[in-house]
Write a protein that binds this ligand. Structure first.
Ligand SMILES: C[S@@+](CC[C@H](N)C(=O)[O-])C[C@H]1O[C@@H](n2cnc3c(N)ncnc32)[C@H](O)[C@@H]1O
Length: 275
């Protein structure tokens, strides 16, 4: 178990806000667009068969399900019980046995060295305090085990989305690590200093009939964008942000037939803890 005994009220308040944000909209629909490439990156790099695997910030369970199909004994943890309900239903429908736990990446409710493999796909990147998260991932991972993370890169689609949105939204508290930092190589090497760290690039395709349907889909279903739209509409600044986002998506769009096709870069970060 984590040794943390008291959590500062500002951290508790921020986590409540995060919980509400990720429960908002329809994250399950968004997750359907990121099912294959991230899970394939992890299961291609780490032999999970027969291993005890923890997927942190599992959401609706994309990686947890893929790992169970590949033969791992899987536990999935997330801050948001509503997302775990979807994950549970998906696992049942596929006849997969997975243990689901509501919990916090900064205070994992597990013993030291309990897991052979600890994963997170676009997950821990959204927890506020990177150093605490990294030390928890290390703590619950067996000394010669593996931590495998898939993080949106800072210079790719989602990293840039969060940087642009960050300029319009209230400044987060000092203790917060902005999500794009988990997509910077130097930051990751410092975070896991002393461990063996390998970083490779991959990409997840987003394909939509056109730019407008892509933008509307995220505004309605993706909690962070949905909440930004609500707040900035009330402040009369949403149109400015939307115009900047349209510019970003147009720059990254590879399609030339009027549809939208963006390859969104991610890092596969493979860490062997020093022990
Ligand atoms: C972008 S979603 C990714 C979900 C999933 N891994 C996937 O690949 O679809 C981010 C997830 O992080 C979870 N999350 C955010 N902060 C967390 C925290 N402190 N502890 C655990 N989960 C957290 C959210 O509830 C959400 O499910």
């Amino acid at each position: 178990m984590s040794t943390a005994t008291t959590t500062p009220p500002a951290v508790v308040a921020l986590k409540d806000q995060h919980r509400a944000t990720w429960a908002d909209g329809n994250y399950a629909a968004v997750a359907e667009h990121i099912i294959e490439a991230p899970a394939a990156a992890i299961t291609g790099a780490v032999d999970v068969r027969g291993r005890d695997l923890l997927d942190v910030a599992t959401g609706t369970g994309n990686l947890a399900l893929a790992a169970a199909r590949a033969g791992a004994r899987v536990t999935g943890l997330d801050l948001v019980p509503e997302l775990l309900d979807v994950a549970r239903t998906r696992a049942r429908a596929d006849g997969l046995e997975i243990a689901w736990t509501t919990g916090d990446a900064e205070a994992l409710p597990y013993d030291n060295g309990q897991f052979d493999v600890v994963t997170s796909v676009f997950g821990v990147q959204f927890a506020p305090r990177a150093e605490i998260v990294a030390s928890e991932l290390r703590r619950v991972c067996r000394p010669d085990g593996r931590i495998a993370l898939v993080n949106w890169t800072a210079d790719g689609l989602i990293g840039r989305l969060f940087s642009v949105m960050g300029r319009y939204m209230p400044k987060p508290p000092e203790f917060v690590t902005p999500p794009p930092r988990w997509g910077e190589e130097a930051f990751l090497r410092e975070l896991f200093a002393g461990d063996e760290v390998q970083i490779t690039r991959g990409a997840n395709p987003f394909r939509f009939p056109d730019l407008e349907s892509y933008m509307t889909f995220f505004e309605e279903n993706y909690g962070p964008t949905k909440r930004a739209k609500e707040r900035l509409t009330a402040e009369g600044r949403w149109d400015d942000l939307r115009a900047e986002l349209a510019e970003l998506y147009t720059e990254l769009n590879q399609a030339t037939d009027g549809t939208l096709h963006i390859e969104s870069d991610f890092f596969l970060v493979s860490v062997t803890p020093a022990g």
